[in-house]
Design a protein around this ligand. Structure first.
Ligand SMILES: [Zn+2]
Length: 463
């Protein structure tokens, strides 16, 4: 008996040593395999720094945005589509952080930790990635930007599908310029942060709707001289672009009266304004797009700020910053009755043998606004287009929106950034849009015409 149990013990020890060794080997493989197989020296995968045998990236209609032809990574044969989609599909060399070619590198090459590059050797190519983008709408947005720097993003506010992203300046990946422009490697839709200007009045208004039962009966004062209104808040003044006199909230929102909204922010106070913004995702690390592509967080910081600072914050100035994809999600939630849908960009990943590896689905778990608040915000944003920006610019779309002209410097000759955030409330076209035109003029003259052209392309594509 004694010798048997000793033998058993020896056997157990041997099994333990074997298992420990396996675990260590597997661990090393798991930690290093990616680096070993994906090393750029491995000619199976890379040619000239590009992903030479990676799968296709297509738009929502099956148009090829990137593919591999005879071992060379190639792009759409339409130069405008190449430029319009570059920051989203990314470049083969990985200059553009967060591009699909970088974020989905393993999927595109067909690499898995268990099979290594087995699939790639067997089929000669990796997996195909289908996106939610519409390349015609991206092209229209690139054309509408007309050489100006900034961002355009469009998403289906019911499903979360991102159908358009354009980030400029851009370049043709088949003819990369020798001279680099600032921001050309950046997808500003996901990574950019901008002073929101008056688009933030949507959030101040939401906070006022939730916290001030008397809001619709309140009268705001915008008095001044030389065509410029002003209001004293705390120790200083907030200035307005016009002299609006005594106005109610709807007209104050239509006319984007700084005096009205700075005094609303002052009355709400920093805690309530911050609480509303944080409920909408400010100061929060948002989920990665398709679990892969990270986004910059929108920021509002009013700790230790004065009453005057809070007044400026209420009109989207001070230190507040928004990410374009996030602001688009906020207006999408208004359009969608208060519920925010998670934006996504990749709809499906398919193996060379036709097997579906991944499909995305609509995820709408977050209530940003109560249905009542969302309905009121819709009404006010609709009133802006009807009474100020002009329905003629958005024919057939029953458009709702808010502009912003954000001062980004105290310097006299500094140009502002122009913004527009809005959505079509026509159920046939459930799309929301964000436009940012950098170093611009008044948003009605610049950002609204871009939104008008892009939404016309959206309507045409979905009619
Ligand atoms: Zn005013």
């Amino acid at each position: 008996m004694k010798s048997i149990s000793r033998r058993a013990l020896t056997l157990y020890l041997l099994i333990f040593v074997f298992l420990a060794g396996s675990v260590l080997t597997y661990y090393r493989l798991a930690v290093n395999a990616d680096k070993w197989a994906m090393n750029k020296a491995n000619r199976h995968l890379y040619t000239d720094g590009g992903l030479a045998t990676a799968g296709d990236i297509t738009d929502r209609n099956g148009n090829v945005l990137v593919s591999t032809v005879n071992g060379v990574r190639t792009y759409s044969n339409d130069v405008s589509v190449r430029k319009a989609t570059l920051q989203t599909v990314g470049d083969g060399a990985g200059y553009i952080a967060g591009g699909i070619q970088t974020s989905f590198k393993d999927e595109l090459t067909g690499y898995t930790i268990l099979d290594g590059i087995f699939n790639l050797k067997r089929y000669g190519k990796g997996n195909d990635v289908a996106t939610t983008l519409d390349s015609d709408i991206c092209k229209a947005a690139y054309s509408a930007m007309n050489g100006q720097d900034g961002v355009v993003g469009v998403m289906n506010y019911k499903t979360g599908e991102i159908i358009c992203i354009v980030s400029t300046p851009t370049y043709d990946p088949l003819n990369k310029p020798a001279e680099e422009k600032e921001g050309m490697y950046l997808n500003k839709f996901f990574k950019g942060l901008y002073t929101p200007g008056s688009t933030f009045k949507i959030i101040t208004l939401a906070s006022a709707i939730d916290n001030m039962p008397n809001l619709e009966n309140m009268t705001f004062e915008c008095k001044g001289k030389n065509g410029k209104g002003q209001i004293q808040i705390g120790e200083g003044y907030v200035f307005c672009s016009g002299v609006h006199g005594n106005i109610k909230i709807e007209k104050a929102f239509n006319q984007s009266c700084n005096c009205a909204f700075a005094s609303l922010a002052d009355a709400l106070g920093k805690d309530k304004l911050t609480a509303t913004a944080e409920k909408l995702g400010f100061n929060t690390q948002m989920n990665k797009i398709n679990g892969k592509i990270s986004r910059s967080s929108s920021i509002i910081k009013l700790d230790g700020s004065s009453a005057l600072d809070v007044g400026w914050a209420g009109i989207g100035q001070y230190t507040t910053l928004v990410n374009p994809c996030h602001l688009l999600t906020v207006v999408s939630a208004i359009a969608n009755g208060g519920t925010a849908v998670e934006p996504y960009l990749v709809s499906k990943i398919t193996t060379p043998s036709g097997k579906t590896l991944y499909t995305s689905k609509t995820n709408n778990s977050t209530e940003y606004f109560s249905p009542t608040t969302a309905q009121k915000l819709q009404k006010y944003m609709r009133s802006n287009v009807e009474n100020n920006y002009g329905d003629y610019r958005f024919s057939g779309l029953t458009m709702c929106g808010k502009t912003g002209t954000a001062e980004i410097s105290d310097s006299e000759d500094a140009k502002p950034n122009a913004l527009f955030a809005g959505f079509s409330s026509n159920p046939d076209y459930p799309f929301a849009i964000i436009v940012v035109v950098e170093n611009s003029t008044y948003s009605i003259k610049t950002a609204v015409p871009v939104a008008s052209k892009v939404m016309a392309a959206v309507k045409k594509a979905y009619s």
